[in-house]
Write a protein that binds this ligand. Structure first.
Ligand code: HSE
Length: 312
């Protein structure tokens, strides 16, 4: 009989949320990745036995795959560096999409292996290992995809170095729409084009928006959420990587979105709503714009996932 192992799920996530570059993100209900972890009787340590759904694009080398980098960091920390574990990664979301694909794999992998080893750590204690996995994909240390994928909800990383995080209370009735045009934008490249400095004026405005967004969420003030859901720094620099971004964003706002911006490093575009019907109409409109330009697009409509990763 095959060893069923332990299977974990981790969801897609929207990082930045317009005004919180590298420090704010929320989890979607779907899509998400699955990872199965099994004890193995070879002596090769950690191995990737199978990856499905990646069209052969992801590294099979355990030193390069986000899932195994994260798990190896966990094993090293536990003093179990040479424990033999086989991982099977089931990718259910596109790569280079702005949906937090690499974070989801890293999170699902550490959650599965932690359980396989008798759950020595709580979910929140797994965060640093998953962040190291994510860092191996884009070269930067940020937890704005990994933290919501692991913990669920809208998460503010108050201090990236120490990974101190806070869960932001959410209003009832918030709906997230993410439209993914089928083009690939690698996070590493989307980070390279960002100017390293920002004017004091823009910094002030963006800080005011971040404060307004958090307060709007806490006070269920949809008007304040809408006014604050703006990215004055990163979106203007990255929008050129996403064909027809302006047109698609305008359609979202016209259909009643509270706000709309780039999901993570793109090319996905997210919008928030306080009404499911409006979100459904916007999903159709935004996808149609891409289709009319000859670009395939998929829309994901979801309430905010409050649970994050789980054992299946
Ligand atoms: N905050 C990151 C970025 C998210 O925008 O580059 C992508 O992983």
């Amino acid at each position: 009989m095959t060893n069923p192992g332990i299977k974990a799920f981790a969801p897609a996530s929207v990082a930045n949320v317009a005004c919180g570059f590298d420090i704010l993100g929320f989890a979607l209900k779907n899509p998400g990745d699955f990872v199965v972890a099994r004890h193995a009787d070879h002596s090769d340590g950690l191995r990737i036995t199978k990856i499905t759904g990646d069209q052969g694009k992801l590294p099979r080398d355990v030193r390069k795959n986000t899932a195994t980098v994260a798990v190896q960091a966990l094993l090293d920390h536990l003093g179990e560096s040479s424990t033999s574990i086989d991982l099977e990664i089931q990718k259910k979301m596109p790569f280079g999409s702005g949906l937090g694909s690499s974070a989801a794999s890293a999170v699902a992998a550490v959650v599965a292996v932690n359980k396989l080893l008798g759950a020595p750590y709580t979910k929140s204690e797994l965060l640093p290992f998953a962040v190291l996995g994510e860092q191996s994909a884009d070269g930067a240390y940020h937890a704005d995809n990994v933290a919501p994928a692991l913990l669920g909800g809208l998460i503010l990383i108050q201090d990236t170095a120490s990974l101190r995080w806070v869960r932001v209370p959410l209003p009832k009735g918030l709906v997230a729409l993410v439209v993914h045009p089928k083009i690939e934008v690698l996070t590493r490249s989307a980070r390279e084009i960002i100017q390293p400095t920002v004017s004091l004026e823009l910094h002030s405005k963006q800080a005011a928006n971040l404060g307004g967004l958090i307060l709007g969420m806490m006070q269920s003030d949809f008007e304040l959420i809408g006014a604050s859901l703006q990215d004055l720094i990163i979106e203007p620099q990255r929008m050129k990587l996403i064909p027809h971004f302006g047109e698609v964003k305008t359609a979202a706002i016209q259909e009643g979105a509270l706000g709309c911006s780039i999901s993570g490093a793109g090319p996905s575009i997210f919008a928030l709503f306080n009404n499911t019907l409006l979100a459904e109409n916007a999903a159709a409109k935004m996808s149609t714009i891409f289709h009319q330009k000859g670009i395939e697009a998929t829309a994901y409509l979801s309430t905010i996932n409050q649970e994050g990763a789980y054992i299946c």
